[in-house]
Write a protein that binds this ligand. Structure first.
Ligand code: DG2
Length: 247
């Protein structure tokens, strides 16, 4: 039995402001830092000791991993990072206010962009102030792989190679794996693990800073569909808040 722990970063400055973030590299808010530390404490209290951490290339996920591992006395853990764990690229919506976007385009279009499986927002222009074109952290990424917008389906497709090539080998070696990533890159992974349908996934939201633990069998299928949050009560309220963003 392998153990996988998923952790969405703590609240970011742009989560707090209600802005579409995607690949824009924002930091944690003070509340988000507290959430990350608490996430680490929850791990420690549950007796879960990751052997390795995987993060995206975005500051908010890296900070969350550091703060959580610091709180659990595990700052020394080896870390691996990849753009494949980045948040879904939110295209031309990056930097826009969620509530204003909902008002301007209506509930249906807003939810289509936010939660449909295969409808991406319009692409972002390279000269947009919130574009990542020219960001040195993606310098080695072939230009045809560099997204200008993504739907969840695109995220599943770019995340799965990392799951199979980097995370599964760690699990196969008997390591407990911590993945610190984002609302939508983790929705993509949970969709895969739980075998959630393309329509059903629209209703799944991931709260910030609360570890979600999966015990996996020899085929990397969850022992319990949906895994278990280390603070189920807090997760319930926080999931509701994510679902209601923009309202
Ligand atoms: C949020 C997710 O990503 O937003 O990009 O705005 O997890 O990095 O804060 P995260 C963003 P929603 O898809 O839930 O609106």
């Amino acid at each position: 039995m392998a153990t996988l722990v998923l952790l969405r970063h703590g609240e970011s400055d742009w989560n707090a402001k209600g802005l579409f973030t995607g690949w824009v590299d924002v930091s944690l808010s003070a509340k988000g830092e507290d959430e990350a530390r608490r996430g680490g404490k929850l791990l420690q209290e549950a007796g879960l000791r990751p052997d390795v951490v995987h993060t995206s290339l975005l500051t908010r996920a890296i900070q969350t991993a550091q703060l959580a591992l610091g709180a659990a006395d595990l700052l020394w853990l080896p870390a691996k990072r990849s753009w494949r764990l980045n948040e879904r690229h939110y295209g031309a919506l990056q930097g826009k206010n969620k509530a204003q976007t909902r008002e301007e385009f209506g509930e249906e279009q807003f939810m289509l962009w936010r939660r449909s499986y295969d409808t991406p927002p319009p692409p972002i222009a390279d000269d947009d102030e919130f574009s990542q074109a020219g960001d040195p952290r993606y310098a080695l990424l072939p230009s045809e792989l560099m997204p200008r917008t993504e739907c969840l389906k695109d995220v599943v497709e770019r995340m799965l190679p990392y799951w199979y090539d980097e995370i599964v080998p760690d699990l196969a070696a008997g390591r407990t794996v911590l993945v610190a990533a984002h609302g939508n890159s983790l929705r993509a992974l949970v969709k895969h693990l739980d075998g959630i349908g393309d329509e059903e996934i629209a209703g799944l939201n991931i709260p910030t800073g609360i570890p979600l633990v999966y015990d996996l069998d020899a085929d990397y299928n969850p022992a319990v569909r949906g895994g278990r949050y280390l603070d189920a009560e807090a997760a319930k309220a926080a999931i509701e808040a994510v679902a209601n963003q923009g309202r």
